[in-house]
Write a protein that binds this ligand. Structure first.
Ligand code: URA
Length: 236
């Protein structure tokens, strides 16, 4: 494991904020291999160094991934000057674990969002190579029809010249449909439907790969995922 700053290591374990930790470290409450260390930028190797806080051994937290039922009105970011972020929905200890949204949902899109501090997992999910299918339920202005289904299958050309890979459109009747895409371009589903003259009124993500949104969570609810859940993301 590469060496990292003492304050960063302790912050990643959810002990306190970087700012609070600088003060804590300065006061001598943290030791490395038995000796008090008072500088926050001291470099530690969490695998070989014994790092203690008030005498208790602190070990590297395992990687964590959460499922969040993103509500409308919050942004998929870790911080924002003006807007409430998805991290603001979590308890303080989780806000300090280095979690990031795995891909993005628009502020006015709800549904399944993963948050992870596992960089490898995050990159694997969003990599075009993985082609993980995301399923969205959309309510639109107008009524999608079989012509739209065909156009999605063939791969759409958006108004600004962007080309989309073939995608699946499933008609649910009236103004509702399911859209399945393997890409994650900016506002992709809204732009795809708009290109067919079907502006989106409501959009909700239901699944990522074989992992379904747990509807019992309710908007703003979240839960930790285990290895089985994470494998489902890469299955269809
Ligand atoms: N496509 C969109 O247009 N918006 C989202 O939030 C996700 C996919």
């Amino acid at each position: 494991m590469p060496k990292l700053r003492l304050d960063k290591f302790l912050a990643d374990q959810g002990l306190a904020s970087r700012k609070e930790l600088r003060e804590i470290i300065r006061s001598g409450r943290v030791s490395v291999n038995g000796s008090a260390v008072k500088s926050a930028d001291w470099k530690v190797d969490p695998e070989s160094d014994q790092i203690c806080f008030d005498g208790s051994l602190i070990t590297a937290a395992s990687v964590r991934t959460l499922m969040l039922y993103k509500p409308l009105g919050v942004v998929s970011a870790t911080e924002d000057k003006n807007e409430k972020t998805v991290l603001d929905l979590l308890p303080p200890e989780y806000r300090r674990m280095g979690l990031s949204p795995v891909g993005r949902l628009d502020k006015d899109t709800s549904g399944l969002l993963l948050l992870s501090n596992d960089g490898d997992f995050l990159h694997r999910v969003i990599s075009p190579k993985s082609a993980v299918e995301k399923c969205y339920c959309a309510t639109v202005e107008g009524e999608p029809d079989e012509e739209d289904v065909k156009a999605f299958q063939e791969g759409l050309l958006l108004r600004d010249g962007t080309t989309c890979l073939p995608a699946k459109l499933e008609l649910l009747g009236n103004d509702r449909c399911l859209v399945r895409v393997t890409e994650g371009k900016y506002h992709q589903v809204r732009r795809m439907l708009a290109s067919r003259g079907l502006p989106v009124k409501e959009l909700k993500r239901l699944s990522i790969g074989g992992l379904l949104l747990d509807e019992t969570l309710g908007p703003g609810g979240w839960k930790e995922l285990g290895p089985e859940d994470l494998c489902r993301v890469f299955r269809t």
